[in-house]
Structures are given as structure tokens and as C-alpha cells.
Design a protein. Sequence first.
Length: 269
Amino acid sequence: MTTTPISTDAPAIRTDIDGAIGTLTIDNPKRLNAVTLAMWQALPEAIARLDAAPDVRVIILRGAGDAAFVAGADISEFAEVRKDAASARAYEAANAGGFRAIRQATKPTIAMIAGPCLGGGLGIAIACDLRVAAANAVFGIPAARLGLGYPPDCMADLVDAVGPARAKELFFTARRIKADEALRIGLVTDVVAEGDLAGAVSGLAATIAANAPMTIRAAKAAIDRLSHDASADGLARAVALADACYESADFREGRAAFLEKRAPTFKGR
């Protein structure tokens, strides 16, 4: 296991690897894990590090501690880093780069959500493939109460998750919703009791990690291409990944395990 420290005084994006599970922690608990500009800028490299780790098969994103996933961007910085249209464009580019890095990870990503999941925190969560929320989770986009403008590429994941009408309603009203409503509208994939969140996410990650990595990568690529990029190049890549499964040792192992009535051991090759 390789680990970086969690919950120091300096806000940071931290990663650790435990077997097949990589974890990215948004670490700013004194501000309910609000994300600073430096943290937004660090997100792509942290995701790339976990995505490139050969043993990692699933990536969990979470906030430090138990009080919050991410309460949004760190508004205390806005007087400097979002003070006008030019600085806001640079800030939004960092936002979009973080969301894009999560969305384009080749390995499955799971958001582990407790407490506030607001604004940019919701953006981080909905860029993930799966979202598991504790019953105490609260979701919202307060931009209309702050006078912020979100560029289209920072809204795309929300529209994909809940549809355009519901996305508009959440933006227009800036209201907060609880976990049960988030599940009902498709914003999260599962809701569990607050005390069960860590175990539920760990169990889900372990289940995914035990399955064939090449199959999962091909499925993720195909679904993402159909959702985000139906171009010929995108679809051709998804087809190539699916074809590669049939040439793999994992395909042979899966067939043998099925016939021998045993659990398969996949190597990702």
C-alpha cells in the first residue's frame, strides 16, 4: 500500500492505493472540504496518477473526515481568483480540467458522498461513474445566489444525469435536496445509512475490482462515447477495446472458471 498523509493543515488533493483500490481525498476539512484553485489545478495529475497505477482497478473519490464530501469551491478566494470575467475564465478552465480528468479516467470512479455536496463538489461527484450517498447527504448548486456563471462544459454531466429540465430547476432555484430526492431523480446511484457508507463503497469497489478489467474498460468507453462523444473516432476506439477482450487471457480465464464452477482470477491482460 502507498499512502499520502490525510487531513493536514494545508488544503490538498491526496491519493492512496490499497491493493486494487485507489482513493482520492479532497482534504480541507476546516472548510468542509471546499476546493481551492490550487486543489482544482492538482486534480488532473492526481487522477492520472491513480489511473496509471497498474494495480488499481477502481478509484474512490471522497472528502476528508466524515462531515462533508465537498461543500463547493472556496469562496474566500473569489475576490482574487474570480474577480472579473478574465480571471473567472481561468478559474473555470481549472474547474473544467478537474471534471474532465475524472470523467475521462479509464478506470471506474465512485463518489463516496456524506454531508454537503454542493456547487463544485457536486460537479466532482457527477463527473464520477457511480455515486453512493449517505442518508445525510445534501446536494445543491448555489450559483444563482452568488451571481456565478457556469460554462456549458461544467454543466454537461448534470444534464446527462438528471436531464435538461431538472438541471434547469436545480440551477434556477439554487435549492438544496436531500439524498432520497437525489436518488429519485437519478443524481446518485444508491443511498445507504450514514454509518454504512464506507462499507457500502468498499464493497462496491471490491465487487468491481474482482471483475474483468478489460471488459469494464471497454464497457465504460462504449457508454461514455454514446453519452458524450458519438464521433466515428470515439466509437471506433470503443469497438477496438471490446475486440481486445476476445484476445485476452482474461477471456480464457473467464470461460475456464465458468466451466469449472469457480471464481475467476482476472489479470487485466
